[in-house]
Write a protein that binds this ligand. Structure first.
Ligand code: AMP
Length: 361
């Protein structure tokens, strides 16, 4: 089996593990480059398969099906973080997978992610390993309150987290979280949140977009704005941190690095996403080459495209019933509406987003 990561020319096939909206936007970007997308998903109706050349429905623990899928593709990527590492291993037996599996391993476990940052000398919120209620009480004694108890694995969009303000809140918190391995994180007094969306090519070229300022509601991204209005030194520092993380992981593809700006001016790494990122969706409308296209370019071995921003932008997520406003939004002169084709607008479900575009300031 030839595992060398050959350049994927126009006409080639990009395999995407996962069928959500990120897969959909990746497939659309790949199509612009003359590449076709093959989706592997465990769900019969997802946003990505509607716009892809081919879809294979299968479980992520079905190694035979995954190898069969991999053999059909020239290079394989993934669009969600909670994909089992064994599924990536199954694909790796046949094809190259980008971003590297090590990046996924780090991102899947909040404890290994924090330790990875520590080893790189990058600051994070104070944290402690919590494997029992007794550990939790010891962690509170060390870190103080308020703090957030988070599951080590499978958390996303604020799920798997409990905010602890008093010792009473903590009394049964470990049980409430399901008695699963967790970490306690000190609550950071935030001056703001930002992210770095960056691409790294197979030969180590690194290119980042302007950092958006991000506002979350109930742990879910609500809005991303560029320019962020944050001091240039902060933005430069954030970019340098992201570049160090990407280099240490020998990263290929687009990475999202979420950061906290502490009220005392320090920048702390919150978490990394080894994939295209919600806070980079504005790049579809405000940059010549979007995060999605740059991800495809990187994994296919193409030159990275420009990350330059030609407009100011504000991206707002459409969660649940927000999507009912599609008609009004579609009439906005400076508004680009992106709908993911999902059926069933459950509360908190990402149904689409819109981006307001203004001339660059
Ligand atoms: P996460 O899923 O860990 O990224 O958390 C989602 C959101 O919750 C973050 O983007 C912040 O708005 C908030 N949050 C999480 N952890 C902390 C923390 N240690 N201090 C302050 N805010 C936090």
């Amino acid at each position: 089996m030839d595992l060398r990561p050959a350049l994927v020319p126009p006409g080639g096939r990009i395999g995407i593990l996962g069928g959500g909206q990120l897969g959909r936007m990746l497939a659309l970007a790949a199509a612009r480059l003359g590449l076709s997308s093959h989706i592997y998903t465990d769900s019969a109706d997802g946003p990505a398969q509607e716009v892809a050349a081919f879809t294979q429905i299968g479980r992520f623990d079905d190694t035979a099906a995954l190898s069969q899928f991999a053999a059909r593709c020239d290079v394989v990527t993934y669009e969600f973080e909670n994909i089992p590492l064994a599924a990536i291993d199954a694909v790796l037996a046949t094809r190259v997978v980008y971003p590297p599996i090590a990046a996924l391993g780090v991102a899947q476990d909040r404890l290994s992610e924090k330790r990875f940052m520590q080893d790189l000398g990058l600051a994070t919120a104070p944290f402690a390993d919590v494997a029992s209620q007794a550990d939790l009480m010891a962690a509170i004694a060390a870190i103080g309150l308020p703090a957030i108890l988070k599951t080590r694995r499978f958390g996303y969009d604020g799920k798997g987290q409990i905010v602890l303000r008093t010792l009473d809140d903590a009394a049964s918190a470990f049980d409430q979280l399901g008695s699963v391995p967790a970490i306690l994180e000190g609550m950071v007094p935030l001056a703001g949140e930002l992210s770095v969306i960056a691409a790294r090519s197979r030969d180590g070229q690194f290119a980042s977009y302007d950092c958006p300022a991000n506002v979350h509601r109930a742990g879910i991204l609500h809005r991303s704005t560029v320019p962020s209005g944050m001091p240039l030194a902060v933005l430069d520092n954030a970019r340098t941190m992201a570049e160090r993380i990407a280099a240490a992981l020998d990263y290929v593809g687009v990475i999202g690095v979420e950061l906290f700006l502490h009220q005392d001016g320090r920048l702390l790494i919150n978490e990394i996403a080894p994939r295209v990122h919600n806070s980079g969706h504005w790049t579809l409308d405000a940059c010549l080459i979007s995060q999605f296209e740059n991800h495809v370019r990187a994994i296919a071995g193409w030159p990275l495209g420009s990350t330059r921003r030609h407009s100011d932008a504000e991206m707002v997520n459409l969660l649940g019933d927000d999507v009912a406003d599609w008609h009004k939004l579609a009439g906005g002169y400076d508004t680009a509406v992106h709908l993911y084709g999902k059926r069933g607008a459950k509360p908190g479900r990402k149904m689409g987003h819109f981006t307001l575009i203004r001339p660059i300031s």
